[in-house]
Design a protein. Sequence first.
Length: 361
Amino acid sequence: MKRIVIKLGTGILTTGIGKVDTNRIDAICSQVATIRKREIEVLIVSSGAVGMGMGVLDLQSRPATLAKQQACAAIGQSRLIQCWQRGLDPYGLVVGQILLTHEGLRIRNRYVNAKATVDQLLNYQVVPVINENDSVSAFEIKFGNNDILGAMVASLTEADQIYMLSTAPGLIDIEGTGEVIPVVDSITPEIEAMAKGTNSPTAVGGMIPKIQAAKLATNAGCETFIAHGAEENIILRLLDGESIGTRFAASQAPLVSKKRWLAYFQRPSGSIKIDEGACAALIRDERSLLAAGISHCDGNFHAGDVIDVLNPNGEPIARGESAFSSHDIQQIAGKSATEIEAIFPDRKRFEAIHRDALVLL
């Protein structure tokens, strides 16, 4: 065990809207210090900025407008990081704040730079505390949540385990036994169907994004846990192998870094639909996508942009970096390499998406 990510929900870090649970934060910091003594690196993905801002402004429910949500985040963010530093001060540990956006991680060079920054903080023996940059990232604050961010951080940093701690005790088989499922070996459609949302006034998402996050993390080779963060010494107990909450087994064949970035860190700029023969070439034969198999192109994208690949039914089956713009794809769709060479005589390669820049979904 080299590295873990601890994701903490707002409900665990507060006793009410804007009221920080300092006892809880102190207990978590104590566990972090113990883990660090075991020479295991720790990253914290912390919710709570919007909730803390709401408390300062005496708001009793999450604001409906984006500007008000961002204002709450701007007020609460500094208070949140101060809480973590105060909690780790007794152990001589230093906090490093990182504010990320999905857009920042979507761009490859920024993704690489973010990884380098985190790695350097860990080399300095710093505890990174990471949150979405909610005060400026409109798309994230409206649709995103820190479960997905935590999984992205686990993937980015190649963590061994991630603990998603909130008020949820684990994945509950609501329609069946009503009990927490202790182990999930594979996230199937049946498992995904068990997820439900949340009614919390300060939280976003519920169990649905947790399952999505677990799928991302496990495909990155990261063992994932969902458990109630109020359990005493929950992090140490999970680390020591105690069965609490739900454990999601890591994939035995995790995606490599570039393909994880393609699969989970992107918002595709467009899509192309392909025929059955091309589907078989991608899925069965693991080949590049050739223009001859393309039947339709949708969206306005440039060469190098990430796009989705759809089967004849319009279902996404792959994602990759297009070697051609959408304008050029429309010209070459259904054509052979010889025909494409006549249109683009200066090109050396004619794959629409090379297999090294493509990942199956």
